[in-house]
Design a binder for this molecule. Structure first.
Ligand SMILES: Nc1ncnc2c1ncn2[C@@H]1O[C@H](COP(=O)(O)OP(=O)(O)O)[C@@H](O)[C@H]1O
Ligand SMILES: [Mg+2]
Length: 502
């Protein structure tokens, strides 16, 4: 059985369709997972990868098409059904319970009980410890899971799914929180378990990783399956082209090549931090942002970047250090103070700043309401401002009056940007600005950031995706455990260097 195609199909999906409200997540998709293979799944954010895997894992039970397991049509009703059939999934969002111990997390939902129904704690701790050790994860099973690094939490979660006895294991972007040695460890575990006949689906943005670990690779784009072939038949450039399609050269550049960063800006400084420190999050952070400059901050999930952006806009108060906006030291008590000082944040979670049920124009005009409150024709002005922004940012909508929730994720993100474009702060901080966007919307964000810079705004872009930072930033800081490890300015830089420094 040297040729992968001779192995029997374990899972066979055909003609799968899935919509959420009006949004198509999957359209006529076929997918086959064979026994003992590692099947890499790639595609831009929003391509439908997680949705397909959630169908396999019994999360989504309502879909079009057929699902065969071991050659038999199957209708899973729940994740419990899927687990009983030997299918386990590690989701993109961690589901570790931080208050519980490592051992309790490993056994979550399947605590060993004695005849009297009492959980056998000591037995549990020992078994969990041994299991994790076998996976190469050395950790005290009695520790609170919340005290571990995100990377370790991720490995524990993977350990839990493996421990449940799954023979089909779906890993949805498992490496985004992992450091390179942790990724190495995970790959060893996958290799060993594949040798034991387990099958994997491995979803990742890191194409080098996908090519290194997978036997077979499938590519998705905009809700559709584009191609499946043995990993050896692909190279990175070929995958990228299939993933993003033609006509997106700038994006392709940021995926594939090293970029030349422009020479250091000599424009006035709009934002500066000196030794900014928030215990447990970031320390001694020196950041300088010039007018019309976009500074990128890249780091793995949990490196302190989200706390940093909150401190920049007054949402979190640093313990020490200075923050200067346009040369004036500020102690921002809250985000309202940040806004008055001229710094605003578009957070990584749009839900926290947008009003889903309100019309688009309300979502845009909220930032400038006090400026127009004296005007008689307020609603008309609100609508007018919004119409301009809809045009400017190419927001796809019937009108400024429809409820925000009817827009796609990418267009909602543009509404979030539009709000601050209308307000024109000195500095706009963008956290994960392209998360969940399709290629076209990502291209639009590149153009929007360019327009912001032309308006002499300073921009800070924070992301865990190297491509995002590379495609948007003029200068890049790499962050690890709350500190800057490297700065890239006026030189060539690529994804590999960013990863190596993080
Ligand atoms: N629970 C949900 N509710 C509404 N829309 C969803 C839901 N899950 C996914 N989507 C939408 O389906 C599309 C595919 O998403 P997803 O499968 O998460 O893509 P990927 O994992 O490839 O990034 C996106 O447009 C996304 O916004
Ligand atoms: Mg996903």
């Amino acid at each position: 059985m040297s040729d992968g195609s001779e192995r029997p199909p374990l899972i066979e999906l055909s003609g799968i369709g899935k919509t959420f409200g009006g949004v198509t997540a999957l359209s006529n998709v076929d997918f086959v997972l064979r026994e003992g293979e590692v099947h890499g799944l790639v595609g831009e954010n929003g391509a439908g990868k997680s949705t397909l895997m959630k169908i396999i894992a019994g999360v989504h039970t309502d879909y079009e098409g057929t699902y065969r397991l071991d050659g038999q049509p199957i209708q899973l009703r729940s994740t419990r059904d899927a687990l009983a059939a030997g299918i386990g999934m590690v989701h993109q969002e961690l589901s570790i319970v931080p208050e519980l111990t490592v051992a309790e997390n490993v056994f979550l939902g399947s605590q060993p009980v004695n005849g009297a129904g009492i959980v056998r704690w000591r037995h549990m701790a020992r078994a969990a410890g041994e299991h994790l050790k076998r996976l190469g994860i050395e950790v005290d099973p009695t520790m609170r899971a919340g005290n571990l690094s995100l990377g370790l939490q991720q490995l524990i979660e993977i350990g839990r799914v493996l421990f449940s006895g799954a023979r089909i294991i779906i890993l949805d972007e498992p490496t985004s929180a992992l450091s390179p040695p942790e990724v190495e460890r995970l790959f060893q575990v996958i290799g060993r378990l594949r040798g034991e006949g387990k099958s994997f689906v491995f979803i990742s943005h890191f194409l080098d990783d996908v090519l290194a670990i997978s036997d077979t690779v499938s590519i998705f784009r905009n809700s559709r399956h584009v191609r499946t072939a043995p990993a050896a038949a692909f190279d990175k450039a070929g995958i990228i082209e299939l993933m993003i399609g033609r006509g997106h050269e700038e994006l392709e550049e940021s995926y594939l090549h090293e970029l030349m960063l422009p020479a250091a800006s000599t424009a006035p400084v709009v934002l500066e931090t000196r030794g900014l420190t928030l215990r447990g999050a970031f320390a001694d952070f020196d950041l300088t942002v010039h007018e019309g400059e976009a500074v990128g901050i890249y780091g793995f999930m949990g490196c302190g970047q989200l706390e940093l952006v909150r401190a920049l806009v007054g949402k979190l108060r640093p313990d020490s250090g200075q923050l200067l906006v346009a040369g004036t030291e500020r102690r921002l008590a809250n985000t309202a103070a940040g806004k008055r000082a001229g710094v605003a944040l578009v957070p990584e979670s749009r839900r926290s700043m947008l009003f889903a049920d309100s019309p688009i124009y309300r979502n845009v005009s909220i930032s400038v309401l006090e400026r127009i409150s004296r005007w008689l024709l307020k609603p008309a002005v609100e609508r007018q401002i919004t119409r301009e922004k809809i045009q400017e940012l190419k927001i796809r909508t019937a009108s400024e009056n429809v409820a925000l929730r009817t827009l796609s994720g990418g267009n909602q993100q543009k509404v979030a940007l539009a709000r601050w474009l209308a307000y024109r702060p000195n500095v706009l901080v963008l956290a994960e600005p392209t998360r969940g966007m399709d290629v076209g919307a990502k291209d639009d964000v590149v153009k929007i950031v360019r327009a912001l810079k032309e308006q002499r705004m300073g921009v800070v872009v924070v992301s865990t995706e190297p491509e995002t930072v590379l495609s948007l930033a003029d200068r890049i800081l790499v962050m690890r455990r709350g500190r800057i490890t490297r700065e890239f300015a006026g030189e060539t830089v690529g994804k590999d260097q960013l990863l190596a420094a993080a």
